[in-house]
Design a binder for this molecule. Structure first.
Ligand SMILES: Cc1cc2nc3c(=O)[nH]c(=O)nc-3n(C[C@H](O)[C@H](O)[C@H](O)COP(=O)(O)O)c2cc1C
Length: 148
């Protein structure tokens, strides 16, 4: 059975909601899924014993891109993540009225390139309330599962 680790950073619960919905889809596709708040996750866990690692952060700030507050310190340590050649998928919530829509997801994508990780599909960027994007979330998660 393939194993997936989903790590999310979420302040008002939107990215957490997406993480759980994605997790349900992956589980229905037969994967063993672990969902963790980034605040309780160590960088060394990434890719360690998992076939697929999913990372999700909302974006805060305005004049410049800021990660969700718990994800910010995690991101600073991500240079040490052993994700070279490992399969990764990225997601996040944001609001397109801000200058840098889902900027945190863009920064994660760049970081994955630096680490040599394999981003399996286009990152998921949710604009506004994830409850209004259920179909988009399911479709994206199915695509991720097909790469497992
Ligand atoms: C003060 C503030 C700053 C924000 N800055 C951005 C931003 O720069 N880019 C963006 O896409 N969304 C921005 N947002 C929108 C949040 O990312 C969005 O509400 C998201 O759904 C929150 O997800 P979370 O509950 O998982 O933290 C901002 C929201 C607030 C309240």
């Amino acid at each position: 059975m393939s194993k997936a680790l989903i790590v999310y950073g979420s302040t008002t619960g939107n990215t957490e909601t997406v993480a759980k919905q994605v997790g349900e889809v992956l589980a229905r596709q037969g994967m063993e899924v672990t969902i963790q708040d980034v605040a309780r996750t160590k960088v060394g866990e990434l890719g360690n014993g998992f076939d697929l690692t999913l990372l999700g952060s909302s974006t805060w700030g305005d004049a410049e891109i800021e990660f969700q507050e718990d994800f910010a310190s995690f991101y600073e340590e991500m240079g040490g993540a052993e994700l070279k050649g490992k399969k990764v998928a990225l997601f996040g919530c944001g609001d397109s009225s801000y200058t840098y829509f889902c900027g945190a997801v863009n920064l994660l994508e760049e970081k994955m390139g630096e680490l040599g990780a394999v981003v399996v599909n286009d990152p998921l960027r949710i604009d506004g309330d994830p409850q209004d994007a259920k179909d988009e979330i399911v479709d994206w998660a199915m695509e991720v599962a097909s790469h497992a």
